[in-house]
Design a protein around this ligand. Structure first.
Ligand code: ATP
Ligand code: MG
Length: 451
């Protein structure tokens, strides 16, 4: 039987106001080449939404009717990635444009788990099938490179205008297909200041437990997007509001439920500091903010061991082991980051101990070996910044922070000490540690401070 094709709204260029100079050269390069080769070429998703909201897009996602192999053949530096969804990455030095082929096919073509989760979805289709696979209506606007028109099948234009997040289709079904969409909802609320429509919000209540089944590696990727997008503090509040934080960091969520003000104070400092640094385009390291998020839980575990009369350094080591083990089971924080989190934590009581009762103004030459050892530590600066944030919330005496600060004058004159999360120069822009301290131990600095 003949079935009517959905008719989209079309928004012309003078109405939507997006001009080519707002697009990246690399995005234009990809769109142009697809177009010249006879394929359709659209921008879709966050970039269209962000341009309409007057924001600078984080990345430009392209969608086309060319199959992945056809896309790859058009570009010198392109590779096909992904299993669940096969997509093409077109590389331009450090920049990358993601090119997706329209998805489609009927529901039978999509492999699902018992709960309805999509396991594989590589059936290609047309734009009017692709649109139903997208998460929120505001993320489903297609900018057609051929004529600069925006194609809108789902009234996404209105949502962008009015600031709403609305799941396309039945929210519970769509969350079941991919529970991470609930985390994305919290993220977009924080990033865009949008509100959830009532149906989109209501279904989260019944579907949130499904997040337990999401692979820890995916939850790590999503956490990084949530906390390193420049709106970490707002996102943290939204995750709490929607009752989702526990699916990332269960122990932290429990502590917040018991003693919100105390636990949230350091987190607010660290996340706001991270947001400021991103605003200023300064490098941030996820290990620092993760160390901050989990500090209260770590301290609780350390207290427990101290009550068992375990020696102080050992109590800290045991608490670190427990904390990281429990965390990576939920969110697969890679080793290069957990190593640094551990160092930041372990150095805290040592910095406190070695500064206690010491006067500010002591010459460098008068420091004892232990103090010099700490000062020379590769991650001293990160640990000190962490210590000073703790002193700002009254957890550590200000004199302790001042004692160490005198030996570590502000290195970054532009950002100065007003931006608290200054990290060592060893950190690169995207949180990768370029140079690690030379270590023999499997766990760096485990024995630091022990005689
Ligand atoms: P931003 O880039 O600002 O983080 P975005 O909306 O572009 O936001 P991406 O993760 O880059 O998010 O995804 C690009 C587009 O792909 C989305 O706008 C959406 O249309 C679609 N998409 C991404 N993830 C999902 C998902 N889990 N379910 C359905 N559609 C998705
Ligand atoms: Mg995007």
């Amino acid at each position: 039987m003949f079935q009517d094709k959905p008719i989209p709204a079309v928004i012309s260029s003078p109405v939507h106001g997006i001009v080519p100079s707002q697009l990246s050269d690399h995005a234009i390069n990809v769109l142009q080449r697809l177009h010249d080769s006879g394929f359709s070429a659209y921008l879709v998703g966050g970039c269209v939404r962000d341009l309409l909201r007057g924001l600078r897009p984080k990345d430009f996602d392209v969608v086309t009717d060319a199959k992945p192999e056809q896309v790859r053949a058009l570009f010198r530096h392109a590779r096909i990635i992904g299993r669940r969804f096969r997509i093409v990455h077109v590389l331009f030095g450090h920049d990358m444009i993601e090119v997706t082929t329209f998805r489609g096919g009927d529901d039978d073509a999509v492999r699902r788990s018992e709960q309805g989760r999509i396991l594989r979805d590589n059936v290609f289709g047309n734009i009017d099938e692709d649109v139903w696979r997208r998460d929120f209506a505001c993320n489903a606007l297609y900018y057609n490179f051929a004529n600069a028109e925006i194609v809108d099948y789902v009234q996404g234009w209105q949502d962008v205008e009015t600031g709403h997040l609305r799941v396309i289709g039945d929210p519970a079904t769509r969350y079941r297909e991919d529970p991470v969409r609930m985390l994305r909802a919290a993220r977009f609320m924080a990033k865009l200041g949008f509100t959830l429509t009532p149906e989109t919000a209501a279904a989260i209540h019944e579907c949130r437990p499904l997040l337990k089944d999401i692979a820890s590696a995916r939850l790590f990727d999503e956490s990084i997007k949530i906390f390193q997008g420049g709106y970490a503090w707002a996102a943290f509040l939204q995750l709490r509001e929607l009752n989702l934080l526990g699916y990332l960091f269960a122990g932290l969520d429990d502590l917040l439920n018991r003693d919100y003000d105390r636990v949230a104070a350091l987190i607010e400092k660290i996340l706001r500091g991270t947001d400021e640094r991103i605003q200023l385009q300064l490098p941030v390291n996820p290990a620092f903010l993760l160390a901050g998020l989990l500090w209260a839980d770590l301290s609780r575990r350390r207290e427990h061991w101290l009550h068992q009369r375990v020696e102080a350094d050992t109590a800290m080591e045991l608490a670190c082991d427990e904390m990281l083990e429990a965390t990576v089971r939920q969110v697969a924080i890679p080793r290069r980051l957990t190593d640094l989190m551990r160092v930041i934590w372990v150095l805290q009581p040592q910095l406190e101990r070695e500064a206690s009762g010491k006067a500010v103004g002591m010459p460098l030459s008068a420091l004892n070996d232990e103090q010099k050892h700490l000062l020379a530590h590769a991650w001293f600066r990160a640990a000190l910044d962490f210590l000073c944030l703790r002193s700002e919330i009254g957890e550590v005496a200000q004199t302790t922070c001042a004692f160490w600060r005198q030996y570590a004058p502000a290195r970054d004159k532009d950002s100065g000490e007003t931006v608290p999360t200054t990290l060592p120069e060893d950190f690169a822009a995207h949180g990768h540690i370029q140079r690690r301290p030379r270590q023999r131990n499997r766990r760096p600095n485990r024995n630091l401070g022990r005689n």
